[in-house]
Design a protein. Sequence first.
Length: 61
Amino acid sequence: MKFEFKPSFDRSLKSLSSKTKKEIKELCIGLIDILSGESSLPIEFILAGNHNDIKRFLKKN
């Protein structure tokens, strides 16, 4: 599989700090490793719900 960061992706991060941009790209690279089979995926189920349930959960944690 081939993945690349398109200019539109970089533009969507434009307003974020350099640190946040770096963290997002590192997370993306980690996801790419999982999708390409280079890393295993730990699966933890913490919540089942709709959009509002997830927002409430994230606010509490």
